[in-house]
Design a protein around this ligand. Structure first.
Ligand code: NAD
Ligand code: UFG
Length: 360
C-alpha cells in the first residue's frame, strides 16, 4: 500500500488533500500540532471519505505532534516499519503562513518553516524516504508583476514568510543536487523526488460544508472576511485601495478552489512516485484573475447575500496583480482547475453558513 506522511494535515489545504488521497487508496499518517487547526477537521475528513470504519482504522493514523520533533518523526517511520509498512512519501504542509505576523514573529517563522523542514528532511533521509511534495507559495515571486507569473520568473520575496518559502525551495533544490529553483523540471542526481507547488490564492471549501478554512486568529485574507460580512459578524468589507493600475482600480488575484489544489497534490504525488528522481517547481493557479470588486459581485450573485464595503487606502505590502501562468501544471502534472470562481464563492459560503464558529 502507498503510505504517505502528511504534515499539517488538519489545516485548510491539508484536510482537503487528505480526503482526496484517502479516497484514492493511500494509507495516511496525519501529523499536526493543531496550532492553527482542530482535530475535528480530521474526524470530518474520515466521515466524508468513502471508507468503512474498519478501513479507516487500517488506513488512517492521526498523530498530535510537532514536525520539529525528530524523535516523534522517527517513531512514526519506525512504527510503520514494524507493522510491515513503509512511508515512501511526505506531503509537507506544516508551517506558519500569515504574512503580517511573519514580520512580528520572524524567528518563529524561520523555526517552524525552515528548521521544521530540515528536521523532516533529516528523518526522511535516515529512512531512505526521498519523495516530498512541498507547500510553496506565489509569495516567493515578490512584489507586483503586471503579467502572469511563470516558474522561471525571478524569486524576490518581500516578507519573512515568503523568504522562508524561497529558502526551503532553494534548500530542496540543493539537496536534490539541482542548480536552480527557476527551472520547472530538473533531473535529481541524488535520488530525490521533489515537487514544490507554488499556490496562488486557495479558497472555497469541500462542497459538503464539513471541512473548510478555519483561521484561529483574526483572519486577514479576503475570503474569510467576505464570509464574516455575509454571516453578519462584520459590518462591512474594507477594500484596500481603489487606485491600483487595474481596470477597476482594485487588486487582482488568482483564486483557486481548495479541492482543485488538493487534487493538484495527488497529481504531483502520483507523478513523483511513478517517475525518475526530479525536482518539479510548479504554479498551482487558474490563470484567471478576479479583482476585489469582481469578487464582491460574484459572491453576492452566487449566495444572494449583500456585501457592504468601504474603500480604504492600500494595504502595506500588497501588489496590484498576482496571477499564475498555469501551463506548466498542465504539462507536467496534467492538472488544471475544474472549479470556477462561482464554485469557490458558493462552497466557501456553504462552509461558513453551516459552521459559523468553525470547528468549535
Ligand atoms: P493552515 O494553517 O490551515 O495549515 C497548516 C497546518 O500546519 C495547521 O493545521 C497547523 O496547525 C499545522 N502546523 C503548523 N506548524 C506546525 C508544526 N511545527 N508541526 C506540526 N504542525 C504544524 O494553512 P493552509 O492554508 O492549509 O496552508 C498549508 C501550507 O500551504 C502552509 O505551509 C502555507 O504556508 C502554504 N500556503 C498556503 C496558502 C494559502 O493561501 N492558504 C498560500 C500559499 C501557500
Ligand atoms: N483585500 C481587501 N480587503 C481585505 C482583505 C484583502 O481588499 O479585507 C484584498 C487585498 O488587498 C488583495 C486581495 O484582497 O488585493 C487578496 O488579499 P488576501 O489577503 O486574501 O491574499 P494575498 O494575495 O494578499 O495573499 C495570499 C496569502 C499569502 C500568499 C499569497 C500568494 O495570504 O500567504 O496569497 O499565494 F503568499
Amino acid at each position: 500500500m502507498r503510505c504517505v506522511l502528511v504534515t499539517g494535515a488538519a489545516g485548510f489545504i491539508g484536510s482537503h488533500t487528505a480526503l482526496v488521497l484517502l479516497n484514492d487508496g493511500y494509507k495516511l499518517f496525519l501529523l499536526d500540532n493543531f496550532s492553527n487547526s482542530s482535530p475535528k477537521a480530521l474526524h470530518h475528513v474520515a466521515d466524508l471519505s468513502i471508507l468503512t470504519k474498519e478501513e479507516l482504522g487500517e488506513r488512517v493514523s492521526i498523530i498530535n505532534g510537532d514536525v520539529r520533533d525528530s524523535a516523534l518523526l522517527q517513531n512514526i517511520f519506525s512504527r510503520a516499519k514494524s507493522n510491515g509498512e513503509e512511508i515512501t512519501s511526505v506531503i509537507h504542509f506544516a508551517g506558519l503562513k500569515a504574512v503580517g505576523e511573519s514580520f512580528e514573529k520572524a524567528i518563529d517563522y524561520w523555526d517552524n518553516n525552515v528548521a521544521g523542514t530540515i528536521k523532516l528532511l533529516q528523518v526522511m533521509e535516515n529512512n531512505a524516504c526521498r519523495n516530498i511534495v512541498f507547500s510553496s507559495s506565489a509569495t516567493v515571486y515578490g512584489s507586483s508583476k503586471e503579467k502572469a507569473l511563470i516558474e522561471t520568473d525571478p524569486i524576490s520575496p518581500i516578507n519573512p514568510y515568503g523568504l522562508t518559502k524561497a529558502t526551503i525551495e532553494k534548500m530542496l533544490a540543493n539537496i536534490a543536487g539541482c542548480q536552480s529553483t527557476r527551472i520547472a523540471k530538473q533531473y535529481s542526481p541524488r535520488g530525490w523526488k521533489i515537487a514544490c507547488l507554488r499556490y496562488f490564492n486557495p479558497a472555497g471549501a469541500h462542497p459538503s460544508g464539513k471541512i473548510g478554512e478555519n483561521p484561529k486568529n483574526i483572519p486577514n485574507n479576503l475570503f474569510p472576511l467576505i464570509n464574516q460580512v455575509a454571516i453578519g459578524t462584520k459590518e462591512f468589507l474594507t477594500v484596500f485601495g481603489k487606485d491600483w493600475p487595474t481596470p477597476d482600480g482594485t487588486g487582482i488575484r488568482d483564486f483557486v478552489h481548495v479541492m482543485d489544489v488538493a487534487e493538484g497534490h495527488k497529481a504531483a504525488l502520483d507523478i513523483l512516485i511513478s517517475s525518475k528522481p526530479q525536482l518539479l517547481i510548479i504554479n498551482l493557479g487558474s490563470g484567471k484573475g478576479t479583482s476585489v470588486l469582481d469578487l464582491i459581485k460574484k459572491f453576492q450573485f452566487s449566495t444572494g447575500i449583500d456585501i457592504p464595503f468601504k474603500f480604504s487606502s492600500r494595504r502595506q505590502g500588497d501588489s496590484a496583480i498576482s496571477l499564475a501562468n498555469p501551463s506548466k501544471a498542465l504539462e507536467y502534472l496534467n492538472w488544471k482547475p475544474k472549479r470556477k470562481i462561482e464554485d469557490i464563492c458558493r462552497d466557501s459560503w456553504n462552509w461558513q453558513y453551516k459552521n459559523p464558529m468553525g470547528y468549535k
